[in-house]
Structure formats: structure tokens, C-alpha cells
Design a protein around this ligand. Structure first.
Ligand SMILES: [Zn+2]
Length: 346
């Protein structure tokens, strides 16, 4: 049971974070920088001022990590403790990174567990992000795949329908890889395409038992709020059809127009609409875990919008029906060609 720092009856959401997330440092000029943790701190402080509840994360256990990562990889990251190491061209450790990455993955598990145990929405504000981390390697700023560790924890509790919706502008290659043959975890991603990391084509649909349970919606560069809202309305149909027992959101905000890494044009209102649509679609517990988002002001605003949606104050209010857009229609045509035999409502 996480320590509740304060409580108010009408605040339903729990926020999980720690000021320690700034202890994972990256080289000067790196976009995934400790200042992002200071944004989390400011958002958490405002949440507390409004009477919200926060909890500090616990570290993930080795057993939890091993559900999605190879033991040799977990040992390799552990061996970076106390050292600054380049794990891939974009992914670095500082002496504290292993410990902080354990807290990030632990926060994600805790968010899922709290959402399931108390049927309250949860938001874990964590760094480093996770969705590029693969079973056997770090990648794209990510050490451990936080949201995947959380999904695996839910499956370990006996859940058979866990949905992960990845709203980060990059495709979550690591999350996809971890559940590619597993129908218990539906992985849905919207992402700029073609773009880093190169995966996420519409015809990547899963394999074997997992066929149809990887659901990629690649979007052309420049996608707007209207494009995303159209696409998320279709995703909402698939989510209703899947009827998840838990919805995990890989909450990246780098599709924002102000983000320096990508080239999409989503506004803060657009992210509010996406969050509201997801909240308004499912009836199951929801846990959101941060991923990317590299413009600090946009990150703060999108987190506030996400909190408002999770806290039930804006659920569905922005989720107006869209008549479609050419860019969204092209994306959905590719998705339908790949997925129509698995999903009636797409
Ligand atoms: Zn990203």
C-alpha cells in the first residue's frame, strides 16, 4: 500500500513519482534530461496543492523485470551501477541510473497494481522512459521497459486482457517485441512514420497466438489534432471490442507541435482530447506511465491535461466525433487492410 501523503474524497486519481527521477543524468544537450523530472515535481506540487494524493515509487524487483527482459540484460544494466556508460548511441547511464530505472519500472507496476486494487486511475511520472527498451537491449533513452513490466505484472496476476495504448510520437518497438506473440496484451500505437525507430508499419500485427493483438497506426508527418482524434475514435472501437481488464497508457507527449524531436502538430487540447477519449472509452482501471515529451512547457501542459482527464473532470468532453481527414483516412485504410480480419469494428 503506497503511502498517501494527503487525501481528499473527491480526488480519485493517484499520482506516483519521486524527486529522485532527476538523478538519472544524461550528457549535456541530451533531450531526455533531468529538467524533465523537475517538470514532474512541479506538476506533482500543483496536484498536492489541489488536494490530490501522491505516492513514492518502490523499485521493481528482478523477477518483475525478468518477465520481459532477459536475465543477462538485467544483469548488464545492474553492472552499470556507479558508472557512466553509453548503452547505445542515444542511451546513457550515470552512476545512479540503474537505481532510478528500477524506480521508474517499479512506479509503473505500482500504478497498475493500485489501479487494479482500488479501481482508481493512476499516473506514474517517471524517467528514464521505457517503450524502446527491448528484451535484450537498451535503446532510445530507455533502460527498462516500464509499461511492459507493468503489463507483465498484470498478466502475472491472472489478467488475460491488458491493453497498452502508446500515444508517444515514436513507435514502441520494445513493447511490441515483448508481446508480439501474446494475445493477452493488446499493443496499440499511433506514431509518426516513417520515423525513429523504424518499426510500427500497419502490417506488423503480431505473430502466432498474438496475431491481431499488435495494432499499429502509422501516421504521416504533420498530423494534427483532427487526424489524431479521427484515429483515436477508431481505436476506441477496437478497445471496446477487446474489453480490457486494465488499460495502460504509454503517455508520451512528443507528438506536440512544440516538441523538438518530431514533426507532428498536436496541441495540448489535442492531447487532452486523446486522453479524454481513452478515459471515456473503457470501463476498466487505467494506469498511465510517462514516456517522451521534450518541450518542457508542452510536457507540463499535457500532463495537466492528462491529469484532468484521468481525474474525471474532462472525460469524453473533447471526444467529439470527427468526420475524418484525408491523412487519418489514409492511415486507417492501411490499418483496415491489415486488421479487418481480427476486428469487426475497425
Ligand atoms: Zn517518443
Amino acid at each position: 500500500m503506497p503511502a498517501a501523503l494527503s487525501a481528499r474524497a473527491d480526488d480519485r486519481m493517484l499520482l506516483i513519482t519521486t524527486p529522485r527521477f532527476d538523478e538519472h543524468t544524461t550528457p549535456p544537450g541530451h533531450p531526455e534530461r533531468p529538467d524533465r523530472a523537475h517538470v514532474f515535481d512541479a506538476v506533482a506540487a500543483r496536484w498536492l496543492e489541489r488536494g490530490g494524493r501522491t505516492a513514492a515509487p518502490r523499485p521493481a524487483t528482478e523477477a518483475e523485470l525478468r518477465r520481459v527482459h532477459l536475465p543477462a540484460y538485467v544483469r548488464a544494466v545492474a553492472a552499470t551501477a556507479g558508472r557512466a556508460v553509453a548503452l547505445d548511441p542515444d542511451t546513457f547511464t550515470s552512476p545512479e541510473s540503474y537505481e532510478i530505472a528500477l524506480l521508474a519500472a517499479g512506479a509503473a507496476v505500482q500504478a497498475a497494481e493500485h489501479a487494479l486494487d482500488h479501481r482508481e486511475p493512476t499516473l506514474a511520472l517517471v524517467r528514464p522512459p521505457g517503450h524502446h527498451a527491448e528484451p535484450d537491449r537498451a535503446m532510445g533513452f530507455c533502460l527498462f521497459n516500464n509499461v511492459a513490466v507493468a503489463a507483465a505484472a498484470a498478466v502475472a496476476r491472472g489478467l488475460t486482457r491488458v491493453a497498452i495504448v502508446d500515444i508517444d510520437v515514436h513507435h514502441g518497438n520494445g513493447t511490441q517485441a515483448m508481446f508480439y506473440e501474446d494475445r493477452r496484451v493488446l499493443y496499440v500505437s499511433t506514431h509518426q512514420f516513417p520515423f525513429y525507430p523504424g518499426t510500427g508499419a500497419a502490417d506488423e500485427i503480431g505473430r502466432g497466438d498474438g496475431e491481431g493483438f499488435t495494432f499499429n497506426v502509422p501516421l504521416e508527418v504533420g498530423a494534427t489534432d483532427a487526424d489524431f482524434i479521427t484515429v483515436y475514435a477508431a481505436i476506441g472501437n477496437v478497445l471496446r471490442e477487446f474489453a480490457p481488464e486494465l488499460l495502460l497508457i504509454s503517455a508520451g507527449f512528443d507528438a506536440h507541435a512544440d516538441d523538438p524531436l518530431a514533426s507532428m502538430r498536436v496541441t495540448t487540447m489535442g492531447y487532452a482530447a486523446i486522453a479524454g477519449l481513452l478515459v471515456g472509452t473503457v470501463t476498466c482501471p487505467i494506469a498511465a506511465v510517462t514516456e517522451g515529451g521534450y518541450d518542457l512547457r508542452a510536457l507540463a501542459a499535457c500532463l495537466e491535461a492528462t491529469i484532468a482527464a484521468l481525474d474525471g473532470r474532462t472525460a469524453g468532453s473533447h471526444a467529439t466525433a470527427s468526420n475524418g481527414t484525408p491523412r487519418a483516412d489514409r492511415a486507417l485504410a492501411a490499418v483496415r487492410a491489415a486488421q479487418a480480419r481480427f476486428w469487426r469494428t475497425i
